[in-house]
Design a protein around this ligand. Structure first.
Ligand SMILES: [Zn+2]
Length: 258
């Protein structure tokens, strides 16, 4: 009897979800996401009791890694960009995107991602999300907010994150659309998140800034910030204000700049 109920409810679940293959597709995508930005379900890390000082308990790399992110950028100590790693961005894709509060940030997952190219390799945009203050600092200074655009090379699985700093100023249409549609879907063109000028950035090799803190992540921090209004920054911080990891040791890494 119990078995019958289980079978029936499983069948009902399939009917409700509409399409089993779509479900599998979503699941595969979620797995790729977890690989990209930690697993939200298995690990109960956070920014308070189980905050950054405890993340080593979730993944050793967070405590032992020597190529962790974020870091403080000292522009005066950066070296000339290795031009093989110049960043070329192709984010101009009109698509729809799911907006969710994943417990660590507000995350936007476009149906179709744009791409970036570096070192002759193409990386696809998986998702972007926001932090209530920038995680990287420049000369010790935090920006008012930051967006992290997480990309992955579908073949090597390597990740590359483009950071877009926000400073207080004019209202940001993209941010409005995100904040007003948490739990829903938006029409989006990820290029709208970018500043006009994307040719100047800092580049270095770091890690995810959340558990499992996986390394070998290509970081690009765009030098020109975008703007968001005071009201928008406050509205975002009602959800998240302290979701930034403290800056990590640089060790022997080099920061490139152009
Ligand atoms: Zn992030």
């Amino acid at each position: 009897m119990k078995k019958t109920i289980l079978v029936l409810s499983a069948a009902a679940a399939l009917i409700i979800s509409g399409c089993a293959s779509h479900e599998a597709e979503v699941k595969a995508h979620e797995q790729a996401e977890h690989a990209a930005h930690g697993d939200e379900h298995e690990n109960h890390w956070d920014y308070s009791e189980n905050g950054p000082a405890h993340w080593e308990e979730f993944s050793q790399t967070c405590g032992l890694g020597h190529a962790q992110s974020p870091i403080n950028i000292v522009p005066g100590k950066s070296v000339e960009m290795n031009h093989q790693y110049d960043l070329s961005m192709h984010e101009d894709i009109h698509t729809t995107a799911a907006v969710i509060d994943n417990g660590h940030s507000i995350k936007v997952t476009p149906k179709t991602g744009g791409t970036i190219t570096l070192h002759g390799e193409e990386f696809t945009l998986l998702q972007f999300h926001f932090h209530g203050k920038s995680e990287h600092t420049v000369d010790g200074k935090r920006f008012d907010m930051v967006a992290h655009m997480v990309h992955q090379n579908p073949e090597t699985k390597q990740l590359s994150v483009v950071a877009v700093f926000f400073k207080e100023g004019k209202a940001n249409p993209m941010l409005n659309s995100v904040i007003n549609n948490i739990g829903g879907e938006i029409d989006v063109d990820p290029q709208d998140l970018l500043p006009k000028e994307t040719a100047h950035y800092f580049h270095y090799i770091g890690s995810l800034t959340t558990p499992p803190c996986s390394e070998n992540v290509q970081w690009y921090l765009l030098k020109e910030p975008v703007e968001a209004s005071k009201e928008q920054i406050e509205a975002f911080r009602k959800f998240y204000v302290d979701n930034e990891r403290p800056v990590q040791e640089l060790y022997d890494r080099v920061i490139e700049s152009n």
